[in-house]
Design a protein. Structure first.
Length: 167
């Protein structure tokens, strides 16, 4: 009898977990706001929609943007992979005995170099997108882009447009 009660309890727990998993799945599939994917990132078209609706890009500008975007996506994927690999190597140093500070510093420097390469590439990409703007669109692009950078970095801009911690 004791095993019957135990089995019933286990079956009840499994049924409860199954129902709660289904409910969560339905919630994420049906009630997501459509702008974010399963990882909480904005959809790939969000920037395109932003450039069209907020900045006012025309068809020709959007075509040029799509070309820039495709090229950018191809070239940054290896950069992200390099950063991921460098960080894995860095944190794998936790398992090394008799580790020197210089080894840790070298591994951290590699991450910094990879991150700098990515940031320089993204700077160039954003500059190219900005160059697609007409003179009338530039003020709006610049104003809204500051907000994008603020979200990306978590930094705050001063009235002069400079980030607070840069002097």
């Amino acid at each position: 009898m004791f095993t019957n009660t135990k089995n019933r309890a286990l079956v009840s727990i499994i049924i409860f977990l199954l129902i709660s998993n289904i409910a969560i799945l339905i919630f994420f599939l049906c009630y997501s706001n459509g702008r974010k994917n399963a990882h909480g990132r904005e959809d790939r078209n969000a920037v395109s929609v932003f450039l069209q609706k907020e900045i006012g890009f025309n068809k020709q500008q959007m075509d040029e943007y799509q070309k820039l975007r495709a090229t950018n996506m191809q070239s940054i994927k290896p950069l992200f992979n390099d950063i991921r690999f460098a960080k894995e190597n860095f944190y794998n140093l936790l398992y090394v005995n008799n580790l020197t500070d210089s080894s840790v510093n070298k591994a951290a420097d590699v991450i910094g170099e990879k991150q700098m390469a990515l940031d320089m590439h993204m700077f160039s990409h954003f500059k190219s997108v900005r160059n697609l703007c007409t003179p009338e669109e530039l003020p709006k692009f610049d104003s809204l882009f500051k907000k994008v950078v603020e979200k990306m970095t978590g930094g705050r801009f001063t009235k002069s447009g400079k980030i607070n911690d840069i002097k």
